[in-house]
Write a protein that binds this ligand. Structure first.
Ligand code: GLV
Ligand code: GLV
Length: 316
C-alpha cells in the first residue's frame, strides 16, 4: 500500500500531481473552509504526511491520532499552529515555506504602509459613497513615506526585504531583533527607542510566548501620534483593545492590519469601524507566484521525508 499524504485543503491539481505518482493523496476537498476538527482527527489516522494550512491546529491530540506520521509540512512560514514540542517528542519532522514568500510578503507590508500613510482605504470608501464633493486643499492629507523613518520589529528575511524597499524611498531604517545583525544601512535600536522614533512601526516577528501581546498600551503610548502601526505577522502580537484605544484617542495616526487575534476577524470588530484602520484578510504571501512556490516546497519536503532524503526547511 502506498503511504498516505493528507492535505487539509483543496489545492490545485498541478501542486499535487507529483505526489500522486508515489503516494495515495487524500484531501479536504473544499477551498473556502478549513477541515473540520473531527474530520482531521479521523483522516490523520493512516497518514504518513500531513500537508497543513495555518488554519489547522496540529496539536498533541492530532499527533496522537497519527501513529504513522513522519512529517507535517505547513503552507506558511509561521508555524505557531503546530505543537513543535509534541512533534519533537514523537520524532515527527515539521517544515515551513520560507524564502518563497519573502518578497510577496514584503510587497504587501509596503502596500499597507503606504495605504495607511495616504489614507487609501478611507479615501476610496468616501469616493464610492459619493462623499467626493470637490477637490480640497487639505482633504485626505496623510503623511510622507519618502524620507520617513521606519522601525522594523523582527528583522528576519521578510524584515530585511522590507528594509530594502524602504531604502528605495530614502527612509531611515531602524530595526529591533532578538539577535543583533550586521547591516551597513539599517540601524539596530532597542524597542522603546524604535517605537518613539519611527513614523512607521512594522511587525514581522514570529508569534511566540515572548512576542504574544508585546505591543500593548505602554508600547503604543511611546509611538508618535503621527505614526502608523503595520502588522503582517500574527494578530496576537498586538493587544487589540489597546490598539483600538490608541487609534480612537489619536495616540497614533493609523494602523494597517493583515492579521487579527481571531481570524476571520468578526465584521463587527470595533477596529473595523475606525476610519484610520486599513485591513486585509491575511494575504501577506498571496501572490500567485509565491503561493505556487510555497506549495512546491511543501511537496518537495514531503517527498524527501517519505523517501528518506535530506529535508529542506525543517523547523524541527
Ligand atoms: C503567513 O502568515 C505565513 O506564516 O506564511
Ligand atoms: C494635483 O493634482 C496637482 O496638480 O497638484
Amino acid at each position: 500500500m502506498k503511504p498516505i499524504v493528507y492535505i487539509t485543503r483543496k489545492l490545485p491539481d498541478e501542486a499535487v500531481a507529483g505526489l500522486r505518482e508515489s503516494y495515495e493523496v487524500r484531501m479536504w476537498e473544499e477551498e473556502e473552509t478549513p477541515v473540520p476538527r473531527e474530520v482531521l482527527l479521523e483522516e490523520v489516522k493512516e497518514a504518513s504526511a500531513i500537508w497543513a494550512m495555518l488554519t489547522d491546529s496540529i496539536d498533541r491530540e492530532v499527533l496522537d491520532n497519527a501513529p504513522n506520521l513522519k512529517i507535517v509540512s505547513n503552507l506558511a512560514v509561521g508555524h505557531n499552529n503546530i505543537d513543535l514540542d509534541a512533534a519533537r517528542e514523537r520524532g515527527i519532522c515539521v517544515t515551513n515555506t520560507p524564502d518563497a514568500l519573502t518578497e510577496a510578503t514584503a510587497d504587501l507590508t509596503f502596500a499597507l504602509l503606504m495605504a495607511t500613510a495616504r489614507r487609501l482605504s478611507e479615501a476610496s470608501r468616501a469616493l464610492r459613497a459619493g462623499e467626493w464633493k470637490a477637490w480640497t486643499p487639505l482633504g485626505f492629507t496623510g503623511h510622507d513615506v519618502y524620507g520617513a523613518t521606519i522601525g522594523i520589529i523582527g528583522m528576519g528575511r521578510i524584515g530585511e526585504a522590507v528594509a530594502r524597499r524602504a531604502k528605495g524611498f530614502d527612509m531611515d531604517v531602524l530595526y529591533h531583533n532578538r539577535t543583533r545583525r550586521r547591516f551597513e544601512d539599517f540601524v539596530y535600536s532597542d524597542l522603546d527607542e524604535l517605537l518613539s522614533r519611527s513614523d512607521f512601526v512594522v511587525l514581522l516577528t514570529p508569534y511566540t510566548d515572548q512576542t504574544a501581546g508585546m505591543i500593548g498600551e505602554r508600547e503604543l503610548g511611546l509611538m508618535k501620534n503621527t505614526a502608523s502601526l503595520i502588522n503582517v505577522a500574527r494578530g496576537g502580537i498586538v493587544d487589540e483593545k489597546a490598539l483600538e484605544a490608541a487609534l480612537k484617542n489619536g495616540d497614533i495616526w493609523a494602523a494597517g492590519l493583515d492579521v487579527f487575534e481571531e481570524e476571520p476577524v468578526p465584521t463587527d470588530h470595533p477596529l473595523l469601524s475606525l476610519p484610520n484602520v486599513t485591513v486585509t484578510p491575511h494575504i501577506g504571501s498571496a501572490s500567485v507566484q509565491a503561493r505556487h512556490a510555497m506549495m512546491q516546497l511543501n511537496a518537495e519536503a514531503i517527498h524527501a521525508c517519505l523517501t528518506g532524503n535530506d529535508i529542506k526547511n525543517r523547523v524541527c
